[in-house]
Design a protein around this ligand. Structure first.
Ligand code: KG4
Length: 342
């Protein structure tokens, strides 16, 4: 009999539920929350309330679209953390209640592990290429920027990570600062495609080892735009494509410098990317281009698996389930990575 996993994701501002059967995707339903757009960032309390409204219809729809009944589910996987505590509480409580009422096992998942394993969700009639272990994953999202050595689906080593802002945060905050809108990543990406990436230069950080820093470039962009606007109030409007292209190129350069260093240090040339920022067209092109030049095998996730989604939680839960791991019904969500045991 197939192992059917229901995945539930509610760590930030997307409510999502997905069903996979022996690793193959049957359904993936996502309700995004537009309520935050007016504020230019996620408001935690509003996110929790929207999750409460969305969770029942989203999970029901995932089960219906998968063509299964709740009784067919083998185990329920849910995001325990890291993320916004109130948001996580909705998904965690719902998963616990469902597991209890159906008499099914519960499996907790680390959200970041979900992003890393997103590429392992198999889809019918597709190539389903996956990296060989060990591989390096550049994990880039709104909350994290990490280089992770993935030894097996359940064994990871973080080789480097941001010491301040995440790269997605840099995209979002700078877009907001420039009055371009939220979320910033897709907006900057779109404008950058029409601009000259070499027109403006922004300072890059000098952080030892494989760690990242993205807060300095934010300040660098802020001062640059402010100074130029004092000279010409139309500067932003006239140059936004070139500013976005130059800014995005700097962020990608920073990411790639450390990734190249990690490849040199480990000798690993199986390279994957994951997380919301892995949707960025500039980054995707650059990874493929460097891979071709340097003989790496590169793996880019399908767009629908880049930002938060429950399919990645279901696949990570599937590996934990196969490993015999079960989560007790008295589990509580955790907001920080350090509090996760796995
Ligand atoms: O993985 P995700 O959905 O949430 C977290 O777990 O953090 O990532 C959201 C981040 C946001 O910062 C958003 O601006 C960024 O991913 N993002 C992008 C693009 N699409 C989403 N950043 C750059 N280019 C994109 N096309």
């Amino acid at each position: 009999m197939a192992d059917i996993i229901l995945g539930i994701e509610s760590s930030c501002d997307d409510t999502s539920a997905a069903v996979i059967s022996d690793g193959y995707l049957l359904s993936n339903v996502l309700a995004s929350q537009d309520v935050h757009k007016a504020y230019g960032g996620v408001i935690p309390e509003l996110a929790s309330r929207a999750h409460q409204i969305n969770i029942v219809p989203v999970v029901s729809e995932a089960i219906v679209r998968a063509g299964i009944t709740p009784e067919d589910i083998t185990a329920i996987a849910f995001t325990r953390g890291p993320g916004l505590l109130g948001s996580l509480l909705v998904g965690t409580s719902f998963a616990k209640a469902l597991a209890l009422s159906l008499g099914k096992p519960l499996v907790e998942v680390n959200h970041l592990q979900g992003h890393i394993l997103a590429g392992f969700v198999k889809q019918k009639d597709q190539e389903n290429r996956v990296p060989q272990f060990p591989y390096l994953c550049l994990l880039v999202s709104g909350g994290n920027s990490q280089i992770v050595k993935v030894n097996s689906p359940l064994d990871f080593e973080i080789l480097g990570q941001t010491i301040d802002d995440a790269v997605g945060e840099a995209f979002d905050k700078c877009s907001k600062m420039m009055g371009l809108g939220y979320p910033g990543g897709p907006i900057v990406d779109r404008l950058a495609a029409q601009g000259d990436p070499n027109r403006f230069k922004f300072n890059k950080p000098h952080i030892p080892g494989l760690d990242y820093s993205f807060s300095g470039i934010k300040t660098s962009l802020l001062y640059f735009v402010r100074d130029q606007m004092q000279k010409d109030p139309q500067f932003m409007e006239k140059n936004k494509e070139d500013i976005c292209a130059s800014f995005q190129k700097t962020l990608i350069d920073i990411l790639m410098d450390k990734l190249l260093k990690a490849v040199k240090m480990t000798g690993i040339t199986e390279i994957a990317i994951g997380g919301g920022v892995s949707a960025n067209s500039g980054l995707r092109n650059r990874i493929v281009e460097e891979g071709r030049k340097r003989g790496w095998n590169t793996y880019l996730p399908a767009f629908k698996f880049t930002t938060d989604n429950a399919a990645m939680i279901a696949i990570a839960g599937y590996y934990h389930y196969l490993n015999g791991e079960r989560t007790s019904l008295d589990v509580a969500p955790v907001s920080r990575m350090a509090e996760m045991q796995k």
